[in-house]
Design a protein. Structure first.
Length: 314
């Protein structure tokens, strides 16, 4: 650092887990797209795949055998910093979105419980991510660390509850998905118990694959509100909902999100609005806690109008 040049201020490094006990509810899609949308507005994001099905790793078509993965971190073969694939690293042949770094996962994570127990028979599986998240926070490099969790109660999924500041639930308008919501709320309540992670905050619920031309969609929105009422909790569904779009799958075949492949698509704009809503909720929550930000945030850029001729459900 040259004389007279101040070091860049540390970024806040808020940890956000995206999850749901049920598979097939757009959890990985939402985690990836939220990360990219936050990157678009200038936030530095680390997306960490801790799912043994490594869905986020597949979205960006990252070959897990070519790099350190979550399993390598937990088994001691690499540090969390070693495993980070940086979007601006020209030596790594991976095309990541701007401002989004990534830690991949792999099928090998299925054996993480046995591997950790073999290293230390007294290890606590619910703490397997703790030291590694602390290492990443200490870098001061990220505004947000987004963890894509698995639907199963694996050690990494349970540990994600323990290390996160915020949790986002992902849901689609289908009966089995909506019926799983009480269990999801109970898991968050259990994670918040004293001695666990009492500071965990349910930030919101993303409702995806919505087609408002279908009457059932509104009924499912009402059912979600009722599930929250039964759990004696205020509904926290994000105002922004994500439409159904074949373009998301088309983008995934290119190793991209819809924001990269079709930036003018209506669903791309929905994810941009969701990213701003996520950030606004976090800032509002920090204000209620009376905590100052680790680093001042730049002003949010205004929303760009969607491109002409966009078909929302194309």
């Amino acid at each position: 650092m040259s004389e007279g040049t101040a070091a860049a201020p540390a970024r806040a490094g808020y940890v956000i887990s995206v999850g749901m006990q049920k598979g097939g509810v757009s959890k990985t899609t939402n985690a990836c797209h939220l990360a990219v949308a936050l990157g678009e507005i200038g936030r530095r994001v680390l997306l960490w795949d801790v799912d043994e099905n490594y869905g986020a790793t597949k979205v960006f078509q990252i070959p897990p055998d070519a790099f350190f993965t979550t399993m390598g971190i937990l088994s001691g073969d690499a540090t969390a910093v070693d495993a980070v694939l940086a979007f601006d690293d020209t030596e790594v042949d991976v095309d990541l979105p701007k401002n989004v770094d990534f830690i991949p996962s792999s099928r090998a994570l299925q054996g993480v419980d046995r591997a950790l127990a073999a290293k230390d028979k007294f290890y606590n599986p619910n703490e397997c991510l703790n030291a590694h998240v602390a290492e990443l926070r200490a870098l001061g490099r990220y505004d947000y660390i987004i963890i894509d969790t698995g639907p199963q109660a694996s050690p990494t999924t349970r540990s994600a509850y323990m290390v996160s500041d915020y949790f986002i639930l992902s849901l689609i308008p289908e009966k089995l998905a909506v019926d799983s919501l009480p269990d999801a709320l109970e898991d968050i309540a259990n994670a918040r118990r004293p001695g666990r992670n009492p500071n965990l905050h349910l930030l919101g619920l993303i409702l995806s694959c919505m087609d408002r031309r279908v009457t059932l969609a509104k009924r499912y929105e009402d059912a979600i509100t009722e599930r929250f009422r039964q759990a004696n909790q205020e509904p926290v569904k994000f105002l922004t909902t994500i439409g159904r779009a074949a373009a998301i799958d088309r983008a995934a075949h290119q190793g991209q999100t819809i924001l990269q492949a079709e930036p003018g698509h209506a669903v791309s704009e929905q994810y941009r609005k969701l990213a701003r809503e996520v950030e606004q909720r976090i800032l509002a929550h920090r204000a209620t806690l009376g905590r100052s930000e680790v680093a001042p945030r730049p002003a949010l850029a205004p929303l760009k109008p969607a491109a002409q001729g966009v078909i929302a459900n194309a």
